[in-house]
Design a protein around this ligand. Structure first.
Ligand SMILES: [Zn+2]
Length: 253
């Protein structure tokens, strides 16, 4: 985490993007016997997911108005934060890893679960690619093209990022005003690569943001491969099973 930056209460637990594996009507059984993915892939997707959940936390903590689906807004927050917080090389790497995950999910599940609170995986893929490219079209148009964003969508990407900046920018700046403090606390183990990575991110979050209420970021067993924000507890949970799921998610060739 490098560059700049910058947020109370709903009742339901907000899930990230993998809920279809256990919540959909035709949830497939996941196979953990394949070739494991790299530490980098797991690491980068954990980051992208963590920032999606931080997006939920900010919407809740700052009582931000929602003019669309919350999951879409959290996806936008994730891209916006990665663009703002990371140096270019790392931001590109995280974007490609997250794009691969959405593509893999789309291939794995086939027909989208249309009743999901999340957009279809392929749409999340294109939204991610478009928004990231749109943050700096001069430098990143080729990334949008490389990720297959059609010309008809590319013409909107810069405008889409400007809209994201107009929406999320003020919220982030407000949270950044009194940083650094210790408004984000880590809860979990301190041994594994996964745990250390989340711990480091909590340290970095405290340098950039001050949440109005203490935000707990926990790593723990959940009994399912997931990550979520619990508004009543002001708590982001990244499940240990989620890292394992990322490790064995079959990626598109
Ligand atoms: Zn979510």
């Amino acid at each position: 985490m490098k560059k700049l930056l910058v947020c109370v209460a709903v009742v339901t637990v907000v899930l990230i993007g993998v809920e279809k594996y256990f919540a959909g009507p035709s949830a497939p059984v996941f196979d953990y016997s394949g070739e494991p993915n790299s530490d980098q892939f797991v690491h980068d997707n954990l980051l992208a997911t963590l920032y999606h959940e931080i997006g939920h936390a900010m919407i809740d903590q700052l009582e931000l108005p929602l003019l669309g689906q919350e999951e879409d807004a959290a996806d936008v927050a994730s891209v916006f934060l990665i663009d703002a917080l990371y140096e270019e090389e790392a931001a590109i790497e995280i974007t490609y890893a997250a794009a691969d995950m959405f593509l893999a999910l789309a291939e794995e599940t086939g027909e989208p679960y249309w009743a999901s609170t999340h957009g279809p995986d392929l749409q999340r893929y294109y939204n991610l690619a478009c928004l990231f490219a749109g943050a700096d079209m001069d430098a990143r148009a080729h990334i949008g093209e490389d990720l297959g964003v059609p010309d008809g969508r590319m013409i909107w990407c810069e405008i889409e990022f400007e809209a994201a900046e107009n929406s999320w920018g003020a919220a982030f700046e407000g949270l950044a005003e009194k940083a650094p403090t210790q408004s984000v606390v880590y809860e979990g183990g301190t041994e594994t690569l996964f745990e250390k990575m989340i711990m480091e991110e909590v340290v970095a979050l405290n340098e950039d943001f001050v949440f109005p209420n203490t935000l707990t970021v926990a790593v723990e067993e959940c009994g399912e491969p997931n990550a979520f924000y619990i508004p009543d507890e002001v708590r982001v949970v990244v499940c240990t099973e989620y890292a394992e799921w990322l490790r064995y998610l079959p990626l598109p060739q």
